[in-house]
Design a protein around this ligand. Sequence first.
Ligand code: PMV
Length: 332
Amino acid sequence: MSRVYIARVPTNIAFLKYWGKSDAKTQWPSNNSLSMTLDLYTETSAQYVEGSRHRLFFDGKELAPQSDFARKPLRHLDVLSESLGFKEKLLIRSRNEFPESCGIASSASGLGAITLASIACWTESGSFESLAKKAYTRERLAELARLGSGSACRSFWGGFVCWERGLSVQQQSVRQIFHGSHWPLRDRIVILSSERKTVSSTDGHSLAWTSPLFAQRLEVLETRGSKIQEALERRDLSSLGPLLEEEALNMHEVMKHSRPPCLYLGGETLNFLDELRSFRQREHLDCFFTLDAGPNVHLIYEEKDIKKLDPLTMGLKVLDVGIGAGPHLSRK
Ligand code: PMV
């Protein structure tokens, strides 16, 4: 029996969003992005399998190779095996600790975990140390995960992570800018819909350039990014919060004006954001929203206020998570 390699990779929520690529093939983003790693994981195991193709199980069920859900991870496995020269076919079992494709960046943890588990299996490495000895450093793994899903590269570190595009594809880099203990923020994800997105983020990225607002967005992002980093450094939520909201709405404006438009926000989301504004004023509470490519709302707040937020989200489906520590790898 071949050994089983188990990767647990967290998802992340972007404070400065990656939206739009300068080059799709190499997944070179049009701008820098910055995220908080969440304590919310995809667990994926990999082992060798007989036969001529990879096999993929999600939540215990085998996925048909042509199904929508299997196409992206299978394509990524082919990219990895072809570019790295690994011939063995893999049996992959994956499960999320959260509903997939609902605006929680499940592609970040999903493609991150498949990258880590498959390379661990192909190189027979049960730890990050052992992977690094075979030239698969964390940076290299993040780079490979990025080819499957851009945001996955940020999930290879815990705490607050920055992905810098650099001046060329080769010069881009990902690094932790603050450890999670620097500032124990939390994310209460309000799940207003757990249906699959109508436009995938892959398609959405390529539409960014069709939006007349995109060029304008790229011009302001550097300044916005610096301000976000400064607010993080000072642990200043009253400065950080409005920047998060401005950034999330700006990304959705670009999406809305792309041709064809990507409309991820419905009435339910906008109504909830109104409620949040009134609640915040009434309760004098520092709690701010950000959004992903989906209708769900991420409420960013300080750990000390965890109970104070309850009246706002009472009766709603929520996932409340702290900062994640980064990926894990084991084998059995
Ligand atoms: O990694 P992708 O291709 O799923 O793109 C992620 C895009 C956003 O989640 C909307 C923003 C981000 O930076 O995570």
